[in-house]
Design a protein around this ligand. Structure first.
Ligand SMILES: [Cu+2]
Length: 156
């Protein structure tokens, strides 16, 4: 008798399993999720910033900061004064401004003009070269100490 029970049980089980299997029809929903591929943003290659110094712009400037050259005169900035304060150079010559103390500016105006030709802050120990290309009279001032630090450059 036991065998029968087992058989029945197996049968029931089989039916149940089959029923289950049929019911649970696997609904495979193929949802095609559109993969959003990130649009390849075109990387803008920075164009070479080639600075052309050969435009001859220097020739039009009465006084211009230059990178190199042999100075005809060296003016020191010390004790809140330019020394010497009255300078005379020839056209095309270079004046070196050397800051030996404090923080100052080398600011140069063509006499009677409001716009500086040169306006360079100068930390302690620094120096700049300024080339004078045109005869004339130029005012020299430190913007930080404009009441004390003044000078005059004459280009002949
Ligand atoms: Cu100063």
């Amino acid at each position: 008798m036991r065998k029968v029970y087992i058989l029945v049980a197996l049968l029931v089980l089989a039916v149940l399993v089959a029923g289950c299997a049929q019911q649970s029809k696997p609904e495979v929903k193929e949802i095609s999720t559109p993969v959003s591929t990130p649009a390849s943003t075109p990387v803008s290659t920075p164009e070479k910033a080639e600075e052309d110094h050969e435009e001859g712009a220097e020739a039009h400037e009465e006084a211009v900061v230059v990178d190199e050259g042999e100075p005809a005169v060296t003016v020191t900035l010390k004790n809140f004064e330019f020394s010497p304060a009255n300078i005379e150079v020839k056209e095309g010559q270079i004046i070196e401004f050397r800051n030996e103390e404090g923080t100052h500016t080398v600011t140069i105006f063509e006499s009677g003009h409001d716009e500086p030709l040169v306006d360079e802050p100068l930390g302690p120990g620094k120096s700049i070269l300024v080339k004078f290309n045109e005869a004339g009279s130029y005012d020299l001032v430190c913007k930080y100490h404009k009441n004390q630090m003044v000078g005059r450059i004459v280009v002949i």
